[in-house]
Design a protein around this ligand. Sequence first.
Ligand code: BDR
Ligand code: CA
Length: 330
Amino acid sequence: MPTSHPSKTPIILDCDTGVDDTMAIIFACLAPEIELVGIGTIWGNVDLDLATQNSLNILAMCGKPDVPVARGAETPLNGSHVDYAYFVHGDDGQGNRGMKGKYGKQISMTAAEFIVDACRKRPGEIELVPVGPLTNIALALQLEPNLPKLVRGVTIMGGTALAPGNVTPVAEANVWHDPEAADLVFKAQWPITMVGLDVTMKTLLTPDHFDRMRKGGGISKYMAQIAEFYTAFNENASFGRPLATMHDAVAVGLAANLVRATISPLVHAEVDTTDGPGRGQTICDLRGKYLNYPPQEGAHCRVPLELEDGFPDYFTNLLVAAGDPAVDIS
Ligand code: BDR
Ligand code: CA
């Protein structure tokens, strides 16, 4: 993992702030290599109000109350039914152990307006890091069709190339929640990194990591505390062991080059928007595997399949070294 940081990577996170989104926000606040330009909020793990308040609270806790938070979409693009994931993240999206207070206030722009405004002000600099359903990013594209030329790139936590889905046999939650939005985002001509379940299901916090966090300062203890519910879900649903998937933090780490992919082909990728069993699947053309992935003309989606080791340790070290919350989190 890198030890020097000559320039910071400016990112805009777009989150449906549950437990692993919280990991990503805390990480983006603590990593000296990252400039957190702002946060857009989106329905998904929890409803939009909760995603927004949780994002504001976490920024306040990390001593970053000036980072703008912009509310985004409450439903998928086509206005269809919304399913939340309180059973994964707890009723408060913080493992039922979140802070009681409410800190901060969202800005008046919507998330899509904020994304467009920030990227127009800093053309070519900002990496968008959506780690929830892709509705806000699709709305930003509709608002500013030139957006692909205004960003550095888009690092998405979502989709899966070879690993099984986590909502249906083939679909990952963030893409499955709004396949029509994801389709617009994948079709836009910008560099995409699709940080899917292929790598995030293998990037795990263990009981050892959480023991270390509990011995750290208040921010670190908070992370360990809210992760208990999420870890129990992961144990029952996926691993048979108390492990926590670091989905959204992995996307932040890759966006800022704080973890490197060892296998990451640049391929064509598209989203299934049909109503059949494939709905929400990200279909990635990995047929070049046996030839070591020769170039595919026009491809603009990088799909990490393997990461170097050590990211969970790096994340834990950063957390344990962090101090106490800047606000009362009891
Ligand atoms: C993704 O879905 C959300 O529940 C998580 O926060 C993560 O972004 C994993 O499929
Ligand atoms: Ca998320």
